[in-house]
Design a protein around this ligand. Structure first.
Ligand code: 5GP
Length: 185
């Protein structure tokens, strides 16, 4: 019998440390597949096209939607973000564990599509003040974007009650270990 694939939905407000956590996780569990999303957002300096995201134009994004190439997508701030469909279909049929970094609406949609396969984990900041400080220290957003991200953060935190697990990220290593414990169970 085929092993059933799993979708790990990894959400949390901007600046909470999802990317760093994901890096640690993928190093500790290299067999986990990472679904690389498409986005119309501009690449940050430390990001690599094809690794962090596929950075594409709005035209190409819309083209992929029209061609049924996107499993789900959403607008976050002024940009579009979406999950390419084909790799997810393939990995699930191969019984792989796939991790998706995804905001709350996307996670809700995927959970509806794959109720059996999905495990939803919300990464929570120790406090809203710490979150804002982390986002400011990161220095990747202008003030307008930062304020928008903090507004989105508040509504995302309200949605965290719908998640299967909530992990507070006050220490990266122990947060990563908590995620691994969930995956190993
Ligand atoms: P950022 O610009 O900080 O990289 O991402 C902004 C938000 O978009 C984050 O909450 C991130 O998890 C979310 N996101 C990234 N990729 C996807 C995706 O494919 N689908 C959805 N719905 N959200 C995504």
């Amino acid at each position: 019998m085929n092993k059933k694939g799993r979708l790990v939905l990894f959400s949390g407000p901007s600046g909470v440390g999802k990317d760093t956590l994901l890096d640690i996780l993928l190093k500790k569990r290299p067999e986990i597949r990472h679904s690389v999303s498409i986005t119309t957002r501009k690449k940050r300096e430390n990001e690599v096209d094809g690794v962090d995201y596929f950075f594409i134009s709005r035209d190409r994004f819309e083209n992929m939607i029209d061609n049924n190439g996107v499993l789900e997508y959403t607008q976050y701030g002024v940009n579009l973000y979406g999950t390419p469909k084909e790799p997810i279909d393939n990995w699930l049929s191969e019984g792989e564990t796939v991790i998706l970094k995804i905001e709350v609406h996307g996670a809700e949609n995927i959970k509806k599509m794959y109720p059996e396969e999905s495990v939803a984990i919300f990464i929570m900041p120790p406090s809203i003040e710490v979150l804002e400080q982390r986002l400011r220290n990161r220095g990747t957003e202008n003030e307008e974007d930062l304020i928008r991200r903090m507004e989105i953060a508040t509504s995302e935190i309200e949605k965290s009650v719908d998640y299967d697990y909530i992990i507070v990220n006050d220490n990266l290593e122990s947060a990563a270990n908590e995620v691994i414990k969930i995956l190993d169970n």
